[in-house]
Design a protein around this ligand. Structure first.
Ligand SMILES: Cc1ncc(COP(=O)(O)O)c(C=O)c1O
Length: 390
């Protein structure tokens, strides 16, 4: 990987050490250009007219996103963000009171809140499979629960927001497929970081966002919907005039493809930016990205672990590019803000983002440091020096 060329293509690397890719990655030039060009066109010819002129490029954006996860474009629905994508999928599952959602202790905070809301309103039961001793969900226990409880839906967050752990999502997918349990995967932190393939997963839905490791813009995400889910007739609870046709006074017909999960109004500039980001990642190659990102994550973790007063919190059989740290005697938010004044971008997670995980670890927050392939070992050293200075 030609890191220097990639940095030259990434304006933000000239000014800052950006280690907050789990928050939002730095957009490369082609992404920025795709967005600006479309906004410019909209200002010159009109918003609807610009979308009509760019139909071919918009189609190419769907193809790029589909290629990114090994899907067909007709299985991709554009969304405003990962949460909207996840909730659209969740709303399509025909839950009845007493149904079980089987999940893990590390699923994303907003997903957990949505499950609890369903529990309150509809009498759904939320069951969380236990973790394995080394961290990450216990696949065997998950399989047994799937067998015993016959959940209406299983869901798993591939890479949580609050730790570098990579869940054994392929094994979980197999456990679900063996028992005919539909699976919704939150791949928000893994798409663009890891080589994610929906054919390998065989999941029913997969949700993701544009702005993180994929390096797309803020305000856009996508949902993969399998043929199986479409054939079952699953559709979002509130389809709009893009997702469905109103064909008689008391009858509507959902679109045959994943577009039934879309809303009519789109920020097409962002869709084109997302497409450019997906193409950029594909051109680099997801296996190469994964290798480089994991290498930097490992180097960062090792260097941090050697610092006195610093505890690396990440657990699990496999860990990725999100590194979470407990800094004895320091508030992670204050550290993040201080580092920002020194030109180093990081993130932080509060207990509210990970009640189960952080309570297990006995911490009430963590500094979150997340390099990408365009970061250098020198930048990592400079971050480590800044922490040592504290
Ligand atoms: C694992 C995970 N899932 C979902 C989300 C939500 O993504 P969005 O903010 O695009 O809705 C996040 C955001 O941090 C995340 O880390």
């Amino acid at each position: 990987m030609d890191v220097e060329a990639l940095r030259a293509d990434t304006p933000g690397t000239a000014h800052r050490i950006h280690l907050n890719n789990a928050g939002a990655g730095l957009m490369p030039r082609p992404v920025v250009e795709a967005i600006k060009e479309h906004i410019d066109l909209e200002s010159r010819v009109g918003g609807y007219e610009a979308a009509a002129e760019r139909q071919e490029q918009i189609g190419a954006a769907y193809r790029a996103v589909a290629d990114l996860v090994g899907a067909h474009p007709s299985n991709i629905a554009m969304q405003e963000n990962a949460t909207a994508a996840f909730n659209a999928a969740l709303s399509a599952v025909p839950f009845a009171p007493g149904d079980v959602i089987l999940t893990t202790r590390n699923d994303y905070v907003s997903n957990q809140i949505a499950f609890l809301s369903l529990q309150q309103r509809m009498g759904i039961r939320v069951e969380r499979a236990p973790d394995a001793p080394e961290g990450g969900v216990d696949v065997e226990a998950f399989g047994k629960l799937a067998h015993r409880l016959g959940p209406r839906l299983a869901t798993i967050t591939h890479v949580p927001t609050n730790s570098g752990m990579i869940q054994p999502v392929v094994d979980i997918a197999r456990a679900c497929a063996d028992r005919g349990v539909p699976l919704l995967v939150d791949a928000c932190q893994s798409v663009g970081q890891l080589d994610v393939d929906v054919a390998e997963l065989g999941c029913d839905f997969l949700s993701a966002t544009g702005r993180k490791f994929l390096r797309g813009p803020r305000g856009v995400g996508f949902l993969y919907v399998s043929d199986q889910a479409l054939e079952r007739g699953w559709e979002p609870l509130f389809p709009d005039l893009r997702g469905a046709d109103w064909i008689d006074p008391d009858l509507y017909q959902p679109r045959p493809d994943a577009a039934r999960f879309e809303n009519w109004e789109f920020a097409y500039a962002l869709v084109l930016g997302l497409g450019a980001a997906a193409r950029y990642a594909l051109d680099l190659g997801l296996p190469a990205i994964e290798q480089q990102v994991l290498h930097l994550g490992k180097a960062l973790r090792e260097r941090c672990a050697a610092l006195p007063g610093v505890t690396v919190l990440d657990r699990g059989q496999r860990v990725g590019a999100i590194v979470t740290l407990h800094l004895a005697g320091h508030d992670p938010l204050a550290v993040m803000e201080l580092l920002r004044t020194r030109g180093i971008n990081t993130g932080y997670a509060t207990r509210e983002a990970a009640v189960l995980d952080f309570d297990d670890k006995g911490v009430d927050g963590a500094l979150r440091v997340s390099p990408h392939y365009y970061n250098t070992l020198d930048e990592i050293d400079r971050f480590v020096d800044a922490i040592a200075d504290l």
